[in-house]
Design a protein around this ligand. Structure first.
Ligand SMILES: [Zn+2]
Length: 880
């Protein structure tokens, strides 16, 4: 699964949880006993299921034959069931029907047979019916508008535990079985599932019965079905039928994704050392959106919302092209990491998500080194290190008691810290040794379930540098190590660095951890990298080749913060242009973070910021600087010093604006396109007169002729106009949304309306979100857009209309919906209000996002009340 792009972008801007069970037999690794689980005395082997949807009525009927093995004699068989009504149940060979009882809270159905069922193989026959939902969980519908009128398509989304809304089943990752799925679908519509179609039978009533080939043994959350008026483009690559499935008319926009898929598959086959095991792999586009996820790695049938898959030359920017590449790479990595080899229980979710997040950059960097995705990933790392230093953080491997808790762990600790820790461990053991360990792990655990220790065991087999201890330090405890450079002395052409280890915490009680074994790489400017594992608290000396400015955490592969001595930091700032882009970004992020929490005075941070305007940094680095200034401006909102800060920030960005302007230049790097968009948006936010005037001029041209702007300029102009809108402009933007030709365009244009700085227009966007005019999957995005500049207003609106808004969110993700609306807030008074909302509306064990948001508000309020006055003083003294 990929987190929804909107969320990831906000977080990158910074803006915004014992080693598990010992080795068991290869095939089924039991999950730890301390979580809600079904009895293990009955094991599912094979599901043969026929589904008959009634898309109009939003219901479906199911018939299932489930082959099970009864391991120990029992009178009751209990399985997972959420909102499914079992109409009939019978064990084949038995006349009597069992008594069926349901436990809605535990999401189970129990079949009591009134006598002991003997150990051995049995077949359970069921007929049942259920709901088709209108938000992306379980079996769900997405509605969209075409020239021929409104249409509806059906899809499934089962991670983490919603397959039980589709089949009464053993819906746990370690209860793997095979699935033979059949669907009765309207003739003329296409049905897609994990496996290719085996048979299609025309029915007398004009419908068709489509049966798919049987899946290999897999976890229930990976099952997939879609039915709709689709088209499919495809190509054979490496013996696999690669396809992209889109709604009728969108095939031109699917070509890019097919090329991406085709490029990545052979590379993954080689990297993992085990070939993709299914005969086909489809990417399926859904016309809608979720606040929680953007794509899902169903085996052989990756589902993505359209904005994560389609490329429309009128609308899609360079950022979209990179995002589609990376999302596809992420979900394809899961075909091995997650689908072929699956974690035994959700406390090892990072084995899926940390690895897929790491692999997405690995393959993207291989085929598109010019995008510098590892450099871009430093912003995500920066964001997660903030979270990991605040209340609400958790170890990467966190005990998960139930499925609601599991949902809360699809967060940045699991994804981005997971990615960063893997990158650090790979750098520590070396690329080849790491790949060899991955290959052993995949080969030895194919079709099985694992815990994280299984991976470390494979990694350490024959390893020159065992990693288990280091890996435990970073995965079994939360928090961010701090390496302090207390001084550097040049002796005989080598630098003797004095280092101590500590703990970087924004909230001291955020973790009990205090000590790590930290792989530290250090280098002087232009010197060779030296590496050591820093452990323990006693000061130590590290000898590094060469003399001069020295970077601790060279190339930024380490997951730790560095605090430099004043002399060390000054030397790095003076020679900043000579540092690698990675180290420029890393040193800047560390310095800014230590400044924001008051561990450093504001001068070095502000002087380093000025330094970036005195040379031409890599566009990714400069995007980071622009993002940081835009983030500070949000915290400055409404304060007397904001105008002067904006003048300062604009001056820092001016050279970039002068260099890039508005138009794409021949031969410019793709990342210059991303930087241009970030620069114009920030200058628009700051009210830069030249940029605002030009945006108005181009907007007027666009209203007259929508072909007058290329995709990137269109988005930038519309975003600037939306933020700075007056009522007339807002109405024009609203008009564009209503007239939008495609689902993608409609979603984007309605969401824009929420960006308005003017509170009255922001309120109009909120009211419009519940008007029924935008579709139900777009409305939550509009409310989230309002929360960017008006967090309190968005929160109050959501709380006041919770009965109407809550049905728009997926059941397993609803717990984070409202807390996230306040992640841009700076007012401490909102914390008790959020807590009060949580008390009433969020189950006690699913309040991870409440704790995180409370900590974020405290942190931002601290920067606003403590640091901004210091920044104001510096600006008054240094900016004319
Ligand atoms: Zn994922």
């Amino acid at each position: 699964m990929t987190a929804s792009i909107l969320r990831t972008a906000l977080l990158a801007l910074g803006l915004l949880v014992c080693p598990l069970g010992g080795a068991l037999a290869q095939e089924t690794r039991q999950a730890p006993a301390d979580h809600v689980a079904l009895p293990v005395n009955v094991v599912p082997e094979r599901y043969e299921v026929e589904i008959t949807p009634d898309a109009k009525a939003l219901t479906f009927a199911g018939r299932g034959r489930i082959a099970v093995t009864v391991r120990a004699s029992t009178g009751v068989i209990t399985l997972n069931d959420a909102e499914l009504v079992i109409d009939s149940a019978r064990l084949e060979g038995e006349a009597a029907a069992p008594k069926i009882t349901y436990d809605a809270a535990a999401q189970t159905a129990s079949l009591a047979f009134g006598h002991a069922v003997a150990p051995g193989p049995h077949v359970l026959d069921l007929t049942y019916h259920g709901k088709i939902y209108q938000q992306a969980s379980g079996f769900f519908a997405l509605d969209y508008v075409t020239a021929q009128g409104p249409k509806r398509a059906l899809f499934t989304q089962f991670e983490n535990s919603d397959e039980r809304r589709f089949i009464p089943s053993w819906d746990e990752p370690a209860r793997k079985a095979t699935f033979r799925l059949t669907v009765v679908a309207p003739a003329g519509e296409m049905a897609v599932s994990n496996m290719p179609i085996a048979t299609t039978q025309a029915l007398p009533d004009g419908r068709q019965r489509v049966t798919f080939a049987e899946t290999p043994k897999m976890s229930s959350y990976l099952l997939f079905l879609a039915v709709g008026d689709f088209e499919r483009i495809h190509r054979m690559v490496d013996g696999v039928d690669l396809g992209v499935v889109v709604k009728r008319g969108d095939t031109a926009q699917a070509q890019y994704a097919l090329d991406v898929e085709s490029q990545i598959l052979p590379w993954y086959n080689t990297y993992f050392g085990v070939r993709f095991p299914l005969p086909k792999l489809d990417l399926i586009a859904g016309p809608g959106q979720s606040q929680f996820f953007g794509a899902m790695e169903n085996w052989g049938a990756i589902f993505s919302f359209e904005q994560d898959l389609l490329i429309d030359p009128r609308l899609s920017t360079e950022a979209d092209r990179q995002a589609v590449y990376i999302v596809t790479a992420h979900e394809m990595a899961h075909q091995w990491f997650g689908d072929l080899v699956t974690m035994a229980w959700w406390d090892d979710l990072w084995l899926n998500e940390g690895f897929a997040s790491w692999m997405e950059d690995k393959v993207t960097d291989h085929f598109h080194p010019e995008w510098k995705v590892w450099l871009q990933s430093l912003m995500a790392k920066q964001g997660v290190m903030q979270q990991d230093a605040r209340e609400g953080t958790h170890p990467i491997i966190t005990p998960v008691h139930d499925i609601l808790q599991a949902s809360g762990d699809f967060d940045d600790i699991t994804y981005s810290k997971g990615q960063a820790v893997i990158r650090m461990l790979e750098a520590y053991v070396g690329e080849d040794a790491w790949r060899a360990g991955v290959r052993r792990y995949i080969k030895d655990h194919a079709y099985g379930n694992t815990t994280t220790n299984d991976l470390w065991a494979e990694m350490d087999k024959g390893a020159a540098r065992p990693i288990t201890q280091i890996a435990h330090d970073f995965t079994l405890q939360a928090g961010v190590p701090l390496i302090t450079e207390a001084g550097a002395v040049c002796e005989a052409g080598r630098t003797q660095l004095s280092l101590t280890q500590g703990h970087f915490a924004i909230d001291p009680d955020s973790t009990h951890a205090s000590e790590w074994r930290v792989p530290v790489n250090a280098a002087t400017l232009g010197g060779a990298v030296s590496g050591e594992v820093v452990e323990g608290f006693s000061p130590r000396t590290m000898s590094v080749a060469g003399c001069g400015p020295t970077v601790v955490n060279a190339d930024q592969t380490g997951y730790f913060r560095t605090a430099y001595s004043p002399e060390g930091l000054r030397a790095l700032t003076e020679r900043l242009p000579e540092l690698s882009p990675y180290d420029q970004m890393g040193v800047y992020n560390d310095t800014a973070t230590l400044t924001y929490v008051g561990r450093e005075p504001v001068e070095p941070f502000l002087e380093m910021t000025v330094r970036f305007s005195q040379f031409t940094p890599d566009p990714v680095v400069m995007s980071g600087v622009v993002g940081r200034l835009a983030g500070l401006d949000h915290i400055y909102q409404g304060l007397p010093g904001q105008a002067r800060f904006r003048a300062f920030a604009s001056a820092i960005i001016q050279p970039t604006y002068q260099r890039l302007g508005w138009e794409k230049k021949a031969g410019e790097s793709d990342n210059d396109g991303l930087l241009r968009a970030a620069t114009l948006r920030a200058l628009g936010d700051f009210g830069d007169p030249a940029v605002v005037a030009e945006a108005h001029r181009r907007f007027a041209g666009f209203l007259a002729d929508q072909k007058s702007l290329d995709a990137a300029t269109r988005r930038t102009v519309l975003e600037i106009m939306a933020v700075r809108a007056d009522a007339a402009t807002w109405d024009q933007l609203h008009g564009l949304a209503k007239a939008a030709k495609t689902q993608l365009e409609r979603r984007e244009d309605y969401t824009l309306l929420g960006l308005a700085e003017d509170p009255a227009l922001a309120q109009r966007a909120l009211d419009l979100s519940l008007s029924g005019e935008p579709d139900v999957t777009t409305a939550p995005g509009m409310i989230a857009a309002v929360s960017e500049r008006h967090p309190q207003m968005a929160f109050e609106f959501a709380a006041a209309h919770w009965d109407r808004i809550s049905p728009m969110f997926e059941p397993t993700t609803i717990a984070g919906a409202v807390p996230r609306l306040l992640s841009n807030a700076t007012d401490l008074a909102l914390i008790p209000r959020l807590d009060a909302f949580a008390e009433t509306h969020i189950p006690a064990d699913a309040r991870q996002d409440v704790a995180k948001t409370d900590a974020t508000i405290r942190y931002r309020a601290g920067v606003r009340t403590k640091r901004i006055p210091e920044i104001d003083a510096w600006l008054a003294a240094n900016v004319k």
